[in-house]
Design a protein. Structure first.
Length: 155
């Protein structure tokens, strides 16, 4: 799955253009970290159900992410029948390196290094970008604790 978002040497993020060259150190992660709760970007609804079972709730919306499966540990969002977004505020919804909501920001930094700090319409986030992926790891925090982990993709 290829998600649009690269334009002449920069990655377009809402209200921000991050030069690709800035992605080489600060805020860089391996593409294998673009996963939460064992779910990977690009999986189908059938693959998600096979891994996690029947969702607690299924909802449809208009826009880029048009189908959502809510599980106890993770919200899985789809675009064109493939996973294109993940979000967790549960201590059970962790990244492959085992960063989970409730962990300290210090633990996040020890696992991934210094993040890019990005102000968005919905708040300030710590973000990490893989070199070979159109999605990124987005972490919200408050009072030194990880509040939520998400995998966001540019539509």
């Amino acid at each position: 799955m290829r998600i649009k978002g690269f334009v002449s040497g920069c990655l377009l993020l809402p209200l921000l253009c991050v030069p690709l060259s800035s992605r080489a150190g600060e805020g860089s992660i391996a593409s294998t970290e673009i996963s939460i709760g064992g779910i990977v970007i690009g999986e189908t609804p059938a693959q998600v159900r096979k891994k996690l079972g029947k969702p607690l709730r299924e909802s449809r919306t208009s826009g880029f992410l048009d189908l959502h499966y809510d599980y106890p540990a993770v919200r899985v969002s789809f675009n064109e029948q493939v996973v294109a977004g993940l979000e967790s505020r549960s201590s059970q919804g962790c990244t492959p390196e085992k960063l989970c909501p409730g962990d300290s920001v210090e633990r996040m930094r020890s696992l991934y290094g210094p993040p890019m700090v990005v102000d968005r319409e919905t708040g300030r986030y710590f973000e990490y970008y893989p070199e070979d992926h159109d999605c990124w790891l987005q972490i919200s925090a408050n009072a030194g604790k990880v509040k939520g982990v998400a995998v966001a993709c540019q539509p």
